[in-house]
Design a protein around this ligand. Structure first.
Ligand SMILES: [Zn+2]
Length: 348
């Protein structure tokens, strides 16, 4: 699932492709993809609007349109955005198509249908609200942007000290911090040498600083590498390479890059969690509460390790074939692979 670095990469690619263009019309084949306005009114709202800028907030891509409107894309599990010449071959997973005045199309493709394309108005206070109707701010419940200049270690510390939960679920909580998901939460915790089941209240000041620094560093590095192209993520200008730099995510049973002991995997809140139990120690005060979770995790882990081996073999085969985004088309096609071949699977 795309997280802050992947969504930021999509937004940066799109900025170079669509700013200055005008939307001529829109069509959709799955009404529930449309958010903010009634699906049947969506085309009427966007037609004739110029695209003035492209940005990101949390895991949303934001297209600033003329007249103070904002087009939002939430990629969720499998959402992808492409800019193609009109007439480029399409497939049945393309949910929304917007025509542009220069003969290209902005396409939202989403196999699993959890993604959303929304239309909102920016009010006087900068909040995104449904246009022409009362409604809540789209980002009213989101926490701060971890890479913004005003997100300091002091801000982070103050937020952390108001929380009692364990670190992994806390990092995934979008109201605590915007944009972090399963991949970068696991990676930041490994880098900071903090156990995912550790409680926020057990952190000492140098642990808090380590978490702050490593969350920001892993996100910044992932943006530089255009994100992690695991599963379905790709950006308009091609895949990312961060998947080759991940230390724990989807490396169950492989040696820890720091100490050589096998990476462990547990399921926490229905999400897989990867860590090194040697480098990321649980303090005694957290051990009793974590014991049951870790015991249950051991069974799931053995199943997962067998599955990882099979998935790796399957992925290596699948990735050699063309992906939808790599189908040949005319000038301006996007979703090109980076370099002549695909990098090897990590640890393969
Ligand atoms: Zn280790």
């Amino acid at each position: 699932m795309p997280e802050l670095p992947e969504v930021e990469t999509v937004a940066r690619d799109l900025r170079g492709l669509v700013v200055g263009a005008t939307i001529t019309g829109a069509r959709y084949d799955w009404p529930r993809t449309i958010a903010g306005v009634a699906p049947e009114e969506f085309a009427g709202w966007v037609a004739g609007r110029s695209i003035e800028d492209v940005g990101r907030r949390a895991k949303f891509v934001l297209l600033e349109l003329g007249g103070g409107l904002v087009l939002t894309f939430q990629l969720k599990m499998t959402g992808q955005i492409f800019v193609t010449p009109a007439g480029t071959p399409t497939d049945r997973h393309v949910r929304v198509v917007m025509g542009l005045d220069d003969g290209r199309e902005l396409r939202f493709r989403d196999m699993r249908k959890f993604g959303r394309v929304g239309l909102y108005a920016r009010d006087g206070d900068g909040r995104l609200v449904p246009p022409g109707a009362a409604g809540a701010d789209l980002f009213g419940r989101h926490g701060p942007e971890p890479l913004s200049d005003d997100f300091t270690v002091a801000t982070f510390r103050a937020r952390l000290r108001r929380r009692r939960g364990r670190l992994k679920p806390l990092l995934l909580d979008q109201s605590f911090l915007a944009g972090v998901g399963n991949i970068y939460a696991d990676e930041a915790l490994w880098r900071a040498r903090l156990h995912p089941l550790r409680s926020a209240r057990s952190l000492r000041p140098h642990d808090e600083r380590a978490l702050y620094v490593n969350v920001r560093e892993i996100l910044a590095e992932a943006i530089e590498r255009r994100g992690s192209s695991v599963d379905d993520y790709t950006a308009p200008d091609g895949d990312g390479t961060m998947q080759d730099r991940l230390a724990v995510y989807q490396r169950t049973g492989l040696p820890c890059l720091r100490c050589g002991r096998p990476i462990r995997r547990i399921v926490l809140g229905a999400r897989s969690t990867h860590f090194c139990s040697w480098c990321q120690r649980l303090p005694a005060s957290d051990r009793a509460g974590a014991a049951a979770i870790l015991r249950a995790g051991r069974v799931a882990e053995r199943v997962a390790m067998r599955r990882v081996a099979a998935t790796r073999r399957a992925a290596a085969t699948r990735r050699r074939g063309a992906r939808w985004s790599e189908l040949p088309a005319g000038e301006g096609i996007v979703g090109r692979p980076v370099g002549p071949g695909r990098p090897a699977e990590p640890g393969a």
